[in-house]
Design a protein around this ligand. Structure first.
Ligand SMILES: NC(=O)c1ccc[n+]([C@@H]2O[C@H](COP(=O)([O-])OP(=O)(O)OC[C@H]3O[C@@H](n4cnc5c(N)ncnc54)[C@H](OP(=O)(O)O)[C@@H]3O)[C@@H](O)[C@H]2O)c1
Length: 275
C-alpha cells in the first residue's frame, strides 16, 4: 500500500538514501531538512514522489510549518514518521563545551521529541501510524569519546521504548533502528573529537579517537544498506521493535554488552588506541 512518509534529515546520508528508496517503492515522501536546495535536487532526480519540506527540528515554528505542509498535500496525514535528523558530538567528556552539549541534545533529543509530538495527534485520531527513530549502536553501548553523543541516543532509545508501550492501544507502533558506523557526511557535519589538545592530559587519547573514528566511518556500511533497514522498518506489516543495521553488527553489540564491564572497558580502549 502506498504510504505517506516524512523523513527528517533527508538532505544527505542515511535520510537521503531512505527518501530515495521509499519514493522508488511508490510511497509519497516528505523529505525534510534545513538545506532545501539539496531537497529540491533530490526531488528532481527521482521519478517517484518526493516533496521537499524545510525543517529545522530545533525550531518550533518550523515544526508547525512541517505539519501544515504535510496536511496540505496529504489531508489524511502521515502513515510513517522517520526521525533521522541528527549529528555527532564526540570527544572525552571533560573536553566538551557546555553549549555544544546542549546543542546536540537540542537536535538529537528535543528536536526528535518535538517532531514526534507534532505528528502524534493526527496518528492518534487515525488510530494508525508508525514512528521510526534512528538511534545508534552507541545508544546501547558506550565507547571512549561517545559519552555525550551516545547519551543523546540512549535518550532516543528510552523515549522510543516508553512511547511504544504508551501508544500501542492507539494503533501506533514505534521502531528503533541502530546503525553502526556508516559512511556519510557525519564526519564533516559533526564535531568528531575536539582535537585541539586544550587539556594536555587528553591529547593522546583525542588523537587516537580521531584516527579511529575517521577510519571507522570511511570503512562503515553504505547509507543505502542502512536505508534498506529503515524502509523495511517503515513498511513491513509487523516490524521488530529494534533493528541493528547492518544486522551483522548485532553480535558485536551482544558481546560488548554481555562481557563484565571492566573487561569490555579494556577491550574498547585497546581498540581505540590501536587503530
Ligand atoms: N553515520 C554514522 O556512522 C551513524 C551511525 C549511527 C547513527 N547515525 C545517525 O544517523 C542519522 C543520520 O546521520 P548521517 O550519518 O546520515 O549524517 P549526515 O549525512 O550528516 O546527515 C544528517 C542529516 O541530518 C540533518 N540535520 C542535522 N541537524 C538538523 C536539524 N537541526 N534540523 C533538521 N535536520 C537536521 C541534516 O540536514 P540539514 O543540515 O540540511 O538540515 C542531514 O540531512 C543521525 O541521527 C545519526 O546520529 C549515524
Amino acid at each position: 500500500m502506498r504510504k505517506n512518509v516524512l523523513v527528517t534529515g533527508a538532505s544527505s546520508g542515511i535520510g537521503r538514501a531512505t527518501a530515495l528508496r521509499l519514493a522508488a517503492e511508490g510511497h509519497t515522501v516528505f523529505a525534510a531538512a534545513r538545506r532545501t536546495d539539496r531537497l529540491e535536487a533530490l526531488a528532481a532526480e527521482t521519478p517517484g514522489t518526493i516533496v521537499p519540506v524545510q525543517l529545522d527540528v530545533t525550531d518550533p515554528d518550523a515544526v508547525r510549518g512541517a505539519v501544515a505542509a504535510v496536511a496540505e498535500r496529504a489531508p489524511a496525514g502521515l502513515d510513517v514518521l522517520v526521525n533521522n535528523a541528527g549529528y555527532a558530538l564526540t570527544g572525552p567528556v571533560e573536553t566538551l563545551e557546555t553549549d555544544a552539549v546542549r546543542a546536540v541534545f537540542e537536535t538529537n533529543v528535543v528536536g526528535l521529541f518535538d517532531v514526534t509530538r507534532a505528528f502524534l495527534p493526527q496518528m492518534r485520531a487515525n488510530r494508525r501510524g508508525r514512528i521510526v527513530n534512528v538511534s545508534s549502536m552507541l545508544g546501547r553501548m558506550t565507547v571512549p569519546g561517545s559519552g555525550v553523543y551516545g547519551g543523546t541516543k540512549y535518550a532516543v532509545e528510552a523515549m522510543s521504548d516508553a512511547l511504544r508501550m504508551e501508544v500501542r492501544s492507539f494503533g501506533i507502533d514505534v521502531v528503533v533502528v541502530e546503525p553502526g558506523f556508516v559512511d556519510t557526511e557525519i564526519d564533516t557535519t559533526s564535531a568528531m573529537i575536539a582535537h585541539d589538545g586544550a587539556i594536555a592530559d587528553y591529547a593522546e587519547l583525542e588523537r587516537d579517537m580521531t584516527a579511529y573514528l575517521a577510519a571507522q566511518v570511511k570503512a562503515g556500511a553504505t547509507a543505502e544498506a542502512v536505508a534498506a533497514t529503515l524502509v523495511h522498518a517503515s513498511t513491513v506489516r509487523n516490524p521488530k521493535p529494534r533493528y541493528v543495521a547492518p544486522a551483522k553488527n548485532a553480535i558485536v553489540l551482544k558481546v560488548l554488552t554481555t562481557l563484565p564491564t571492566r573487561l569490555a572497558d579494556r577491550l574498547k580502549l585497546q581498540t581505540v588506541r590501536s587503530s
